[in-house]
Design a protein around this ligand. Structure first.
Ligand SMILES: [Zn+2]
Length: 442
């Protein structure tokens, strides 16, 4: 096999595993990905087939027996809550009032916003997350700072400022018209930045903190900017659901509130989506909307279990989210593990869990033609994993069949296994110097 312009390619050699759908995958035990200067994958295959051309490659980075997988996709995470991780003791509404609203109010300070944004994006890349869909606070300046930090970090990011124009503390409640103006300003500035590496998401926190007028006008804004997103929370907690029914007595369900305000469609992301009827799930499936499953958070706040089997049957897109800080785990390894544990009567196989955290996530945000798997023509977002850096991993894990390798990663893995994180072929995190043209002994 040969590539047209081998001189402009960097070769990444290692043990390659990539999902193709829920069940199938590609694996090259001694494989290579060739990445062009444009950050796109030119070829993937066994090293043997490319070895004869290797002298002509721009560079060869040899990761030895280490694993090369697509980067993780975390579709629900709150930048502004990262310093509140692990604060337990209450369910959703009490937890918001006690810990989260005071923490978000601190983002009125630009200094605070810079410090936490830089920390947040470092944590993502250190954990192998190459795309995240992020909530900030209501603050325009802090959100602008978060975008600057995202731009510098090299991460791929979908993000937006939160909108709340009622039922929130006064310092976090905005004037409706102003909240929409500021959202649009940020969207115009950042949506599509760096050839689409950053995207804007219109981000009403959830139905209880938005008026009808805010949601209605937000729908028009969302439609105005092609490729932009709408992200919010849906049916997480039973008290929250009762509150929504009191606030919107004419709506048939929580989902119906968003639907009546024009917020359900492709590129709408609904975090949690736990307590939903079959009719709601059907509607989400037909609309091409995405549910974002956040199992670690659901355990932490005792919210319930996502109806995984019914959602799959209804053809709903499913992505995974860490939901920092209601979820105490920013590592997608841990989120995948919790996605398995939270289903009391269902086994999710390791290939399926890997799919959810990579290509399935990309599909949920309609980026699966671009990222999510290691296939020719896609952008080279990938991670390098050395499972032996973590304790209690079977010593022969790398010689096992794919399901056993993935199972070891999912049930035992964490950030200590991540050796390098790449977006568009550019390293955004590396634990050590890469040894060029030198096999790393494991
Ligand atoms: Zn959330």
């Amino acid at each position: 096999m040969s590539v047209k312009d081998s001189k402009s390619c960097t070769a990444y050699r290692g043990h390659i595993i990539s999902p193709l759908d829920y069940e199938t995958y590609i694996e090259y035990v001694d494989g290579v990905i060739l990445v062009g200067n444009d950050g796109k994958i030119e070829a993937v295959g066994p090293w043997q087939e490319f070895q004869s051309q290797s002298a002509s490659f721009q560079r060869v980075l040899d990761y030895g027996k280490r694993l090369i997988l697509p980067g993780f996709i975390d579709l629900h995470v709150h930048l502004v809550q990262i310093a509140q991780t692990g604060r337990s003791g209450d369910t959703l509404l009490g937890w918001l009032n006690k810990y989260i609203f005071p923490a978000e109010a601190k983002f009125a300070s630009a200094d605070h916003a810079v410090k936490l944004a830089d920390w947040f994006f470092r944590e993502l890349s250190k954990n192998g997350t190459t795309l995240a869909s992020v909530f900030t606070s209501i603050h325009h300046e802090a959100t602008d700072i978060a975008f600057q930090s995202a731009a510098q970090s090299g991460c791929r990011v979908i993000m937006g400022k939160v909108l709340m124009d009622r039922n929130a503390p006064p310092e976090l409640t905005e004037d409706t018209a102003r909240s929409l103006e500021l959202s649009e300003e940020l969207c115009r500035k950042w949506h599509g930045y760096d050839n689409g590496r950053l995207s804007y998401a219109f981000t009403p926190r959830f139905a209880p903190t938005s008026t009808s007028a805010q949601m209605q006008q937000l729908s028009a804004l969302w439609q105005k900017y092609p490729g932009s997103f709408m992200q919010t929370h849906l049916s997480e907690n039973t008290d929250e659901i009762s509150w929504v029914h009191e606030l919107f007595p004419d709506c048939k369900s929580y989902l119906d509130v968003y639907d009546r305000h024009g917020l359900v469609g492709p590129n709408s992301l609904f975090a949690h989506s736990i307590h939903l009827s079959d009719q709601d799930l059907r509607r989400l499936g037909e609309a091409g909307a995405a549910t974002i499953h956040c199992p670690s958070s659901n355990f932490f706040l005792k919210s319930g279990a996502f109806p995984y089997k019914r959602a799959r049957e209804a053809g709903v897109h499913i992505g995974l989210g860490s939901d920092i800080a209601a979820g105490p785990e920013i590592s997608l390894f841990k989120v995948m593990k919790d996605a398995s544990y939270i289903q009391s009567d269902l086994w999710l196989n390791p290939r399926e869990l890997l799919y959810l955290s990579t290509l399935g996530g990309a599909k949920a945000v309609n980026m699966d033609k671009q990222i999510g798997s290691l296939e020719v023509g896609k952008e080279a977002d990938f991670i390098v994993i050395d499972p032996t850096l973590k304790s209690a991993v079977p010593f022969d894990i790398l010689d096992q069949p794919v399901d056993d390798i993935l199972s070891g990663l999912i049930y035992v893995g964490d950030d200590r296994m991540i050796v390098a994180t790449y977006v568009r072929g550019q390293p955004i995190y590396q634990v050590e110097e890469v040894h060029e043209r030198q096999r790393i002994k494991l």
